[in-house]
Design a binder for this molecule. Structure first.
Ligand code: SAM
Length: 229
């Protein structure tokens, strides 16, 4: 993992300092797979009082965005190079984000690869765990209609999530490089926003939940599916 960013008055480069900064606030704007960083850099520059975190696994893009962030002296932006689901599992605290942004993620079209998708029944709870439970929002867009439909289905099947499909573009226009390119090409784009239901934020997606087994308690059968409440 590499990271970049002076971040709120000069963090040292250690894991514990990063963790402390992430835990300090629950209103982070987090983008997973930021590519060349158009949305993240513009958003961080427009709202210097708010904290932004970008995660990108390709070094070339990470370095490009880090250079641009440095040139603009963005003190409210932290960039991490690494795989998003790994970083969520190992470093990023639950409930840190006001918004998680995922734009034009890799669709992994082969069904044996679906579990690598950032939003799949088996991964969605990792991403949702980042959201602050009362006001956290997920913003998502893709030009891959099959993946878009699968994400809508995944979120609509989730007992803790309310989904709003956007009928058209974001009010401010294309957010990312891919969005600008695909919109100019006239491609169909699926855009949605989703939030957690306050009374159900701890519930898990049924597919993920049913894969968890609990070792037997004295008065229970040998193994039983985990049910969250
Ligand atoms: C198709 S590009 C879209 C880039 C940008 N979001 C946009 O809309 O212009 C997908 C980006 O997500 C990154 N990415 C894909 N899967 C990722 C993952 N699991 N963790 C971190 N980055 C990921 C890729 O390296 C790539 O830069």
């Amino acid at each position: 993992m590499a990271w970049s960013g002076a971040g709120f008055g000069g963090l040292a480069s250690g894991r514990s300092e990063l963790l402390a900064a992430f835990k300090e606030r629950s209103d982070w704007e987090v983008e997973l797979g930021f590519g060349k960083g158009r949305f993240l850099l513009a958003s961080a520059a427009a709202a210097p009082e708010r904290p932004f975190l970008g995660v990108e696994m390709v070094s070339k893009y990470f370095r490009l965005a880090a250079r641009r962030a440095g040139a603009r002296a963005l003190d409210n932006l932290v960039l991490l190079r690494g795989e998003a689901l790994y970083l969520i599992s190992t470093l990023l605290p639950a409930a840190m984000a006001r918004t998680v942004h995922i734009y034009f993620p890799d669709p992994w079209p082969k069904s044996r690869h679906h579990r690598r998708r950032l939003l799949d029944p088996r991964t969605v709870d990792l991403v949702l765990a980042l959201l602050e439970p009362t006001s956290g929002r997920l913003c998502f867009a893709t030009d891959h209609v099959e993946y878009g439909e699968a994400v809508v289905e995944t979120l609509e099947a989730h007992p803790a999530v309310d989904v709003d499909l956007l009928p058209g573009a974001w009010p401010e226009g294309p957010r990312t490089n891919y969005e600008a390119k695909f919109e100019a090409e006239g491609r169909l784009i699926v855009r949605l926003m989703a939030g957690l239901r306050p009374d159900a934020a701890s519930l898990l997606h049924p597919v993920g939940r049913e894969s968890i087994l609990v070792a037997p308690a004295a008065d229970q059968p040998a193994s039983t599916s985990f049910t969250s409440s």
